[in-house]
Ligand binder design. Sequence first.
Ligand code: KG4
Ligand code: ZN
Length: 340
Amino acid sequence: MPSEKIYILGIESSCDDTAASVICNGKILSNVVTRQSVHEEYGGVVPELASRAHQQNIVPAVHMALKKANIRKEELHAIAFTRGPGLLGSLLVGSSFAKSMSYGLNIPLIDVHHMQAHILAHFIDEEGFDKPEFPFIALTISGGHTQIVKVKDYFDMDILGQTLDDAIGEAYDKSGKILGLGYPAGPEIDKRAQLGNPKAFKFTKPKVDGLNFSFSGLKTAILYFIQAETKNDPDFISKNLNDICASIQYTIIGIVMDKLNRAVAQTGIKQIAIGGGVSANSGIRAALKNAESKFGWKTFIPKFEYTTDNAAMIAIVGYLKYLQGDFADKTISTSARLSF
Ligand code: KG4
Ligand code: ZN
């Protein structure tokens, strides 16, 4: 750890959140996220609208992050930005802004891989939150990602499995759409699931080899089930909503826990670090707690504001790369599909 104070600005714009954060030696000083409500009426992110909203939001977000951190831009040591993966137009806004700012201030530019950042968010210094030790297994679950990764070191990671189609959050959101719930539907399905019977209805789990996932078949199974039931009884959904939600949640959690159990058996690693918006799910949290006492797992969940898309996770990676002197060239380009 350096004796001087190192300030890094992190910028995240890979999807529909415009975010900026200032970190000082591993501690977050500000974490600003401007959410884009424009997508709600479409039931999903509209890429063109996201790019435009990033352009509107990025200057105020960065300004606010510096103000909340109580530092001047001239005090920054480097600018870190999300290079990918993500929506290309959205990534271009953040990366172009970061390049201009680092050029203007004559300080290093640092490129960050969004998925590595979700994982390395566990290394933000935060009171009351333990950091995992290497090697550990990371499970990143959100509206955009479903991935199991073996983390051997900060920048030495192997993807063990990922979704072949929809992300887990999409499974929640698309199921919610079928049930007539608002977007995003994950939180409401979770809330109702706690009031319903998880075994009321049975949905078959998709058969996917190894540690990969598939959720599109589940969505179709739910759609056909609801279509058939509402044919018999047009009020089927309203009469059984909590039980339907509980049954969907039970199926999804079953899929996740099956894969995690497999990952533990395959690697012998019992430290599990989760991240992404779906890590807020009460059922997943309960299943992980249960696995701690039953199988001796140790599980890690970061502070919630660092699990959904945010720039604090970009800033911590920026800091770790800064310590290694790992800087980007100013000609670097963004990549919608970026591998590790
Ligand atoms: O990480 P996030 O905020 O944004 C990205 O997708 O990048 O995750 C949002 C996703 C949505 O699909 C939302 O429905 C889901 O996380 N979600 C939940 C819960 N809270 C948010 N899904 C299940 N249970 C929850 N409690
Ligand atoms: Zn993300």
